[in-house]
Design a protein around this ligand. Structure first.
Ligand code: SAH
Length: 343
């Protein structure tokens, strides 16, 4: 099978190009076509001769995706894509407009193994990993389609990024390469449900990205009910890893907490959470839960959210409620793909 040219690191591409007998200066030209100008075929590489392009296409492919569905929010210009890959599988990405520019939420796997009870991405289970090139294609395709420059990225779509660790790390290396998109690591957030050993690995890399941890509960009893990963790595192990992460990187962790009425939103929950997070450099991001499955989960009231924030704040933990974007197009990841599968 031919290699997807987008999946090659700079060093791998360099070696391949030299092995083909091309002069050294071609490496940066080709890298720039792929990762800076984001072309989707060899024919677009206009400063590369026809013969060379033919040779390249004998050795590599562009594993492109097609835009199957595109929904544009009438409220806030959020755009949601359902992309289809060459093997017919779908993933979702969402582009959001902020004061500081455009941000994309990408998927890192087709489906997900983690099985969180509130999450649409868990429906249908895990299908396969996304390759490095496929994750990059989500960004490049959206960017070209909208004719914009995307300068922020969150790994919060379908999938568990730390369960596709090597590909995600390579993708981050490529998207931050100054010869390509040159996205700043500071503009990237990686969200995990708590794959503890990989949090330690990530800490050692000292990447400068923001680590988001999907906590969603103040204790093991509640967390184990909604997040199966908690049976493997419980909340104490997870928070120990988080503490290690912040101590090693000096980067603040963002704890995600989806507020579910009567499940994890009581005053006692807030008090317990504040106690547990004490001493960890962090911020709590409250998300009013989206009802996406046949569960009876209901969003907490605005009063509850405020009360929760007050309790955390009074104990020195900063917390905010995440802004909702694209509510008219069901912009939360996983829902579009799930509806496609049910047809
Ligand atoms: N697997 C990673 C990233 C994907 S989920 C993780 O678990 O962090 C991205 C975020 O959306 C996570 O914080 C997840 O818990 C949250 N999420 C999933 N379903 C949700 C729902 N129905 N309402 C609110 N947040 C949800």
């Amino acid at each position: 099978m031919l290699k997807d040219i987008r999946s090659l690191s700079y060093d791998e591409l360099s070696k391949e190009i030299l092995d083909l007998g091309f002069p050294k200066f071609r490496i940066n030209q080709i890298f720039s076509w792929v990762h800076e100008k984001c072309v989707s075929s060899f024919d677009e590489m206009t400063n590369i001769s026809k013969d060379m392009r033919a040779k390249l296409s004998e050795h590599f492919i562009f594993n492109n995706c097609q835009i199957n569905t595109k929904l544009v929010s009438k409220i806030d210009d959020t755009v949601k894509y359902l992309f289809q890959f060459s093997d017919g599988e779908y993933v979702e990405s969402v582009v959001m407009k902020y004061k500081y520019g455009y941000s994309i939420c990408i998927s890192t796997q087709v489906g997900c193994k983690m099985g969180c009870t509130f999450c649409a991405s868990a429906i249908g289970g895990f299908v396969r990993q996304l390759s490095v090139g496929e994750m990059l294609t989500e960004v490049y395709t959206a960017q070209k389609d909208l004719n914009i420059k995307i300068n922020h990225m969150v790994l919060m779509g379908t999938g568990e990024p730390l369960d596709n660790y090597d590909n995600v790390m390579k993708m981050l290396e490529l998207i931050t390469d100054e010869k390509g998109q040159n996205m700043s690591m500071r503009h990237i957030s990686l969200s995990t449900c708590g794959v503890v050993p990989k949090i330690y690995d990530l800490a050692e890399k000292k990447l400068g990205l923001t680590l988001s941890v999907s906590l969603h509960a103040p204790n093991n009893t509640i967390r184990s009910k909604s997040m199966p990963i908690n049976h493997k790595y419980d909340i104490d192990e997870l928070l120990k890893a988080c503490k290690y992460y912040t101590d090693t990187t000096s980067r603040r962790i963002s704890f995600e907490y989806a507020m579910i009425q009567g499940f994890n939103d009581s005053d006692d929950c807030a008090l317990e959470l504040a106690k547990r997070l004490k001493g960890i450099l962090c911020h709590v991001n409250l998300i009013p839960v989206n009802n996406v499955r046949e569960t009876d989960y209901i969003k907490s009231t605005v009063e509850r959210q405020k009360r929760f924030i007050d309790i955390l704040s009074s104990r020195g933990i900063t917390a905010t409620v995440r802004r909702t974007l694209g509510s008219d197009i069901n912009a939360s990841c996983g829902q579009l793909r799930a509806s496609k599968k049910n047809k």
